[in-house]
Every structure is written in structure tokens, then in C-alpha cells.
Write a protein that binds this ligand. Sequence first.
Ligand SMILES: [Zn+2]
Length: 142
Amino acid sequence: MDCVDCVFCQIVARSATAEMLYENETAIAILDTRPIHFGHALVIPKDHCRTFLDLPAGSMAGLMETTTRVCRALVSSLQLEGFNIFCNNGEVAGQSVFHFHWHITPRYTNDNIRFELKLKQYSDGQMARYAQRIREHIPSTE
Ligand SMILES: [Zn+2]
């Protein structure tokens, strides 16, 4: 995507507005305009990249620093009882802005927020076969 058309790139460049929470050299954190719960924040790398797999090398420390600061601030300012951190990668996974970001969502007892999941059951030996198939695609660090 051309960055001119990317709303998150526009926010990073300050040509579009957002409710900014925090910024460092690598990332920004803003409030989501369509929150799951009030205080729902987004952590966004400043460099345009589409998914988790496209994150620039070396960006993780700055992203995590931003995330930790914002989580701590959310917990203390809004008296959170818990929070979720998640990211959607690809349209099939629910990604709607194709500039990578992850979500931090406030959670409270009885907040009536449910991630509806129908959990599957592995058949005999199936879990081991899945694990083996995945391990074969993890490159050795040596
Ligand atoms: Zn972008």
C-alpha cells in the first residue's frame, strides 16, 4: 500500500489526527476510535509494514517498551482488572488496517466482552504430527 493512503502512516506523520498516548523512536500508541472497551489502545510501529512478519528487524524493543508503558498506565488510570493484547494478521484474521498494529483492551469482571471460540480436539497422534510439521519449518539458530 502507498503510505500516502495509509491512515496510520498519516497519524505518524501528523497529517491525520489521533488521540496520542505515547511515542518513542519506533512506535506510537493511540486510542482506538472504535473501542471494544473505553481506553482500548493501539500500538503502531512508525515504519509502514503490513503484518507481524513484516516488522522491521530491531523494532521489537521499541514496540514492547511502548506496550509496557501503555499497559501500566491503563491499569493504573482506569483501574483495570485485566487486559488483552492481540493482533490480527491478514484479512481472514480480522485485520482491517493493513499497517501492522496490536491492540490493548481493558478488561473488568462482568464486562460482557467475549471472544467466542469453539475449541477443537486433536485426534490420537494428530497433535504430535502438527508439532512435527511446524518444527520442521523452524530454522535452526546455529
Ligand atoms: Zn502505514
